[in-house]
Design a protein around this ligand. Structure first.
Ligand code: FAD
Length: 278
């Protein structure tokens, strides 16, 4: 594998201890030979997985993996965030993915006044340079943005506030990523922008999730997915399409890829193998 091509894998925290055990012994163990820089663990809306994220990060660390928590301050108190930062620092964590977070259902917009920039500032104020801070980037524009220009400006502000790198929302249109990299270069944003990759395994959930995340599913892709007669067909097609996308992203200068694994290893591992990343 080309050492300049970094990969990482994202998990969500399993609901219970057996699920966590399966994640470590089945999924992480199957993906570890791809030599990822880290496994990251998402943080549920409104802090709903605060303990689950922490426990999963600890379990990954105990199994010898580099583990990176996601953290958001959408509805959390500053004191809760600071306590978590200290726990993570004490556990040996060196990277954090800093987010506004998704809005938990049932919360009014006024309870959701923060943004990721505020969290980046809080972490830098409290923890100095201890953590490498990763933030989110949206080559296809965040769904809440009032305009593409405003969205990019807020992205620049997160970087100026002290973010060290970014991972993009997933997308299937490589040119959106190329354009985003160009804008970063033109405006002096010089942190690495890793491409977020969503393997295609289940059409229905991908349609639903993309709608919410503001990820564009090209027409040809939606039609081809609908044509797949079963999950195996779809998975084979999805591995081919996403492998080609990743090849194109490397050609465009992507410093690495971050896979949204949804706690599964099959498609991700096949894509990595196709790319020679094993
Ligand atoms: P921000 O950067 O704060 O941006 C959110 C919106 O507010 C944008 O529309 C932006 O244009 C606007 N904005 C930003 N700053 C300002 C400002 N100062 N004033 C006005 N508007 C502003 N969600 C989870 O709940 N848990 C996770 O673990 C998680 N992990 C993720 C990992 C990655 C790599 C990515 C790409 C997304 C992840 N998400 C996660 C989803 C993310 O939380 C949502 O997309 C969320 O809606 C925005 O988070 P953000 O950090 O990008 O927010």
């Amino acid at each position: 594998m080309d050492p300049s091509r970094r990969i990482s894998f994202e998990f969500f925290p399993p609901r219970d201890a057996p699920g966590q055990e399966r994640l470590i012994t089945n999924v992480a163990a199957k993906l570890a030979p791809m030599d990822p820089e880290f496994f990251s663990v998402t943080y549920g809306a409104g802090g709903s997985t605060r303990d689950g994220t922490l426990n999963t990060v600890r379990a990954l660390l105990s199994a010898g993996h580099a583990a990176v928590p996601h953290l958001s301050m959408g509805t959390d108190d500053e004191a809760d965030i600071i306590a978590l930062l200290d726990e993570y620092a004490d556990s040996g964590v060196r990277h954090i993915v800093a987010l506004r977070g998704d809005q938990p259902s049932g919360f009014g917009a006024n309870r959701f006044a923060h943004n990721a920039e505020a969290l980046v500032k809080l972490v830098r104020r409290h923890s100095g340079d201890h953590f490498h801070l990763v933030v989110a980037a949206y080559p296809e524009v965040h769904p809440d943005a009032t305009s593409a220009a405003a969205d990019f400006e807020f992205f620049q502000r997160k970087i100026a506030a002290g973010a060290s790198s970014a991972i993009t929302q997933y997308f299937y249109n490589a040119e959106a990523y190329a354009y985003f990299l160009d804008r970063c270069a033109q405006t002096g944003v010089d942190v690495p922008i890793y491409a977020g990759i969503m393997p295609i395994t289940n059409a229905e959930s991908l349609f639903r999730f993309s709608e919410k995340a503001g990820a564009d599913l090209p027409r040809w892709l939606r039609y081809a997915m609908a044509d797949s007669s079963n999950d195996d067909d779809l998975s084979k097609f999805g591995v081919d399409v996403v492998t080609r996308l990743c090849e194109r992203l490397f050609e465009l200068g992507a410093p690495g890829l971050h896979f949204y694994t949804l706690n599964r290893w099959g498609a991700t591992r096949r894509i990595c193998a196709n790319l020679g990343l094993a």
